[in-house]
Design a protein around this ligand. Structure first.
Ligand code: G6P
Length: 608
């Protein structure tokens, strides 16, 4: 999964493409490259490592061009190296960048080898360049070669290509990988994410699967899956430059942590009124559909699935609905049994996670009542393909480790819980209580953010350890899981989460002075039990870090107690996520890791 960008303009294109790549580094950052039509040839530059290295090479080489394609990579086939970096080329004529995976690449590679093509890289992408070159022996344009190509490829792809003999334009194709066209004045663009084009245009066309388009400075011609000329919906997306910059923060992740009060406010904006949730906030007809729901199936990956795990508790407690949860990558392979009147809920920040999308598409004819998505990106495939949608409106999240996307997903899932309860006429008093608590939530989050100094105080004690354990019970277990995930993602400390009651069934063997134990322990029905679990840790010399609001109940002679602001019990999972995010961030800062772009990861995983 990678980021691609292409532009046809009558000004110098190099800087513009590099700027776009910087904005898409969240999609991958192990190598980068660019190809541009120059006087009589195509300039082709590739570098190992981040986009910065490519930028330096561009500054040194000063290549010129007005039409070009560029790529930032997250390796799937073939290790990160200059040779495996995109663009790939064939016969110095065709140059391509690709995001996705070509599933039938081995058989296509064999065919092309028989035709005399030699492969330089270990990627599945290089064959796209050779295939296009091969088609161009009979076809009279790159556009028709691309139309032929699409019938050959199985898998997911967003491709942009240059033909050295057509210096005024580039051609793109899309199937199951995101690709948008940006419309400018006497210049047009394409990219994996509108964010990459934010400083260039606010007018976008969203391509559909099977589309091929030829793009020059004056013209955008789109052909659909059947090669018929097609019109695509024009969208205006104003990408606020500030929203996608770091501002005065050291990292995007830090900025995004501190943006959470506003982000949650944005999720709530226009969705609650008086003492209840408003009607049809998930789309026309959603309230009517909710009245028929008997069960929920949640599908998501990573942090988004943790949000789903919390929501499963809410659905049961407030809406009276049972919930089944699955990792999107597992769901399709278990022959899911679909009960009548089950609502399918997918949760995804990006809306482009390949596993989640594949699960949604797989579920399409399985007899669900409807599909509903909680998503942060309005133009994403998930947002467009679900029957009902609630946008989290968190603004762009760029740090790879998810923070504001998570708390806004939780907020949106509480709105879903309340909408389901309302449609079934359940729990009006509890609903009113939750609406009031939601109104207070941004303020509570601001208070929790003030714990930064307390957390910085003990972060060094965790930063010099190799392992950590996170404990929580009930509705806090998913928060413990999210805390552990955050720590391992950005500090590379091995961290695991357990429901505290499970400690004695195995993990207790790991406890010694080298094992920090982070516990989420607000006052609630299981609190006493949790205290006994923590005593078990203390008795074995484990270092305890407890986040709670009832210090007096815990005789903590060793370890730390972090007193949390009070808030409605059912919303505490959202509030307690905040200090755990700060803890991971501060620990990672001390360990000097690459916080926004941790090793081996990418934000938007568009391969299965
Ligand atoms: C990647 C990211 C995670 C994210 C997961 C699901 O693994 O690194 O932070 O939780 O994808 O992403 P989604 O966009 O579907 O929420």
């Amino acid at each position: 999964m990678c980021g691609i960008i292409a532009a046809a303009t009558d000004r110098s294109v190099g800087k513009l493409l590099i700027k776009g790549l910087f904005k898409m580094e969240y999609r991958g950052y192990d190598s980068a490259g660019i190809a541009m039509h120059s006087e009589n040839n195509v300039v082709h530059l590739r570098t190992l490592g981040k986009v910065k290295n490519l930028e330096e090479k561009m500054i040194a080489d000063k290549p010129k061009g007005k039409v070009g394609i560029a790529h930032t990579r997250w390796a799937t086939h073939g290790e990160p190296s200059e040779i495996n970096a995109h663009p790939h080329q064939s016969n110095d004529r065709v140059f391509i960048v690709h995001n996705g995976i070509i599933e039938n690449y081995l058989s296509l590679k064999e065919e092309l080898t028989d035709e005399g093509y030699a492969f330089n890289s270990k990627t599945d992408s290089e064959l796209i360049a050779h295939l296009l070159d091969n088609f161009l022996k009979a076809e009279d344009s790159l556009l028709s070669a691309m139309q032929k190509l699409k019938n050959k490829l199985d898998g997911a792809y967003a491709v942009a290509a240059l033909d050295q003999r057509e210096p005024e334009s580039f051609v793109v194709a899309r199937n199951r990988s995101p690709l948008v066209i940006g419309l400018g004045k006497k210049e047009n663009f394409a990219a994996s994410d509108p964010l990459a084009l934010g400083n260039l245009t606010s007018k976008f066309l969203i391509l559909e699967d099977g589309d091929v388009a030829k793009i020059s400075p004056d013209l955008v011609e789109i052909y659909d899956a059947k090669d018929k000329l097609a019109n695509r919906e024009k969208l205006t997306i104003d990408i606020n430059a500030e929203a996608s910059s770091k501002g005065n923060f050291k990292h995007y992740m830090e900025k995004e942590i501190y943006e959470q009060p506003q982000a949650v406010l944005n999720t709530l904006d226009g969705r609650i009124g008086g003492e209840d949730v408003l009607e049809n906030i998930f789309g026309e007809g959603s309230s009517e559909m909710f009245a028929k729901v008997k069960r929920i199936q949640i599908i998501a990956c990573g942090t988004s699935l943790h949000a789903g795990r919390v929501a499963a508790n809410w659905f049961s407690a407030i809406s009276g609905l049972p919930t089944q949860l699955d990792y999107a990558s597992e769901y399709r392979y278990k022959n899911p049994y679909v009960d009548q009147d089950t609502l399918l809920v997918t949760i995804s920040q990006s809306g482009e996670t390949a596993d989640t999308l594949a699960a949604l598409r797989y579920a399409d004819d399985k007899g669900y009542l409807a599909s509903l998505s909680i998503c942060n990106v309005p133009t994403s495939s998930l947002a467009r393909e679900s029957d009902f949608l609630l946008l989290t409106n968190a603004g762009p999240e760029i740090g790879v480790a998810s923070t504001k996307a998570f708390t806004t997903q939780l907020t949106a899932l509480m709105l879903l819980t309340l909408s389901l309860a309302k449609a079934a006429g359940k729990n009006p008093l509890l609903r009113a209580r939750m609406i009031n608590a939601l109104r207070l939530l941004p303020e509570k989050i601001s208070e929790a953010l003030k714990l930064k100094n307390d957390i910085m105080d003990f972060a060094p004690e965790i930063a010099n350890k190799d392992n950590a354990l996170f404990l929580g019970r009930g509705i806090f277990y998913p928060i413990a899981k999210e805390g552990a995930l955050k720590l391992k993602e950005i500090s590379y400390i091995h961290a695991e989460a357990y429901p505290a009651g499970e400690l004695k069934h195995g993990p207790l063997a790991l406890i010694d002075q080298e094992m920090p134990v982070v516990a989420i322990a607000p006052e609630y029905e299981l609190a006493e039990k949790l205290v006994s679990n923590l005593e078990e840790v203390k008795a074995r010399g484990g270092a305890l870090y407890v986040f709670g609001n009832a210090k007096e109940k815990l005789d903590l002679s060793t370890g730390r107690y972090i007193s949390m602001p009070e808030c409605d019990f059912l919303l505490t999972p959202i509030l307690y996520s905040i200090p755990l995010q700060i803890l991971s961030y501060e620990v990672a800062l001390l360990r000097g890791t690459d916080i926004d772009q941790p090793r081996n990861l990418a934000k938007s995983v568009t391969v299965e």
